[in-house]
Design a protein around this ligand. Sequence first.
Ligand code: PMT
Length: 386
Amino acid sequence: MSADGSSINTLHRTQSSPAIENAIDRSAPTFTAALEKDETSYFDTNPPPPELEEFSRIAEEFVNLHCSHQRRVVLVTSGGTTVPLENQTVRFIDNFSAGTRGATSAEYFLEAGYAVIFLHRQFSLLPYSRHYSHSTNCFLDFLTEAPTDGNSRNTIVARDEYAAEMISVLRKYNHAKREKLLLLLPFTTITSYLFLLRALAVKMEPLGSKSLFYLAAAVSDFFVPRERMAEHKIQSGEFAEKDGEMEFVNPTGPGSGKKLIIDLDPVPKFLKRLVESWAPQSMIVSFKLETDSKLLIKKCNMALKRYSHHLVIGNLLQTRKSEVVFVDQKSSHWLRLPPQNTEGEKNSGGKFAAKYEPEIEALIVPEVVRRHGALIWNVVAATRSS
Ligand code: PMT
């Protein structure tokens, strides 16, 4: 089941088994941007994550530090948000995102001199460590035992063929840590993500136009509101007491007629609130994911019109690692990786080819940085002339 609702039964509370064609309520108005009242209602009725205060405090310190250095700060959101089905959560709806776009982009922003707040799905890919985690190869494959002379203790080192690349990654990682340039903040659920996004946006306010929002997370479109969420694990049948023992009655199974119908509400489109109220001075870049190429640019333009932000980066699920389209109020412009060099692939040794592949983020991030620079320049020029 996908969190974008494509195969989800919605808004049919009274109907126990809606026909598939009615699973999404087509009579409901198309999603509109969230208004202030939607914000109040959502944040008043859903519980904040326990870490909200602590993360807000840490983010405030981070922002103050980089404000004092006149540094630009980007908030990169990354990975998928979950939709819990139970309050004491056993089951949840998730989506495909591994956080590759966000983690890779964060590295290029650091290289461009930005400080990065990395708001990411817990256990998704992280900047720098992504080179050695979640891969099809175990990180232990990168290591080997160093020869010993019999007296010294056993030592592990990087294997020769990976050492140069690992040292380069390690140095960048250490630099980011030493200079406090990277703040890692995890979320899991859609609600935590939204609470944190709002809190961080407010904390970034002192940065003015030097702040950038790069929204690469895959945000769920549907969720179970708190008041309708089951407290405990949803049971697959009903229990009854018989002869002093608990027994299943009405068990599910082929022919039993029992189904689990999940009734989801749309998540308010808070991008509008971000643009208008939470971070009005910042540059805001959102991503738009589609699977139908005919729809992509149209949907990017719709998002721009609806939210009035600066830039939408469109990508197709199938080709997202090799091409994206930049859509702004004036035009659309494709960025593409050059066709794969098969010689280069061979040289990488095949087995660990992934880390040698060219990355589309190496094209995306410098272009975003250039546009952010132009926006800051315009703000400075406008302030001088007023
Ligand atoms: O992590 P990877 O595997 O590398 O994949 C990267 C990616 C494909 C996930 C990434 O490049 C991407 O496209 N991210 C955006 C996915 C997404 O949420 O697309 P969308 O079309 O559903 O939403 C578009 C925009 O609306 C997003 O910026 C989102 O912040 C915003 N939104 C979405 C839902 C919602 N309820 N409110 C919103 O404001």
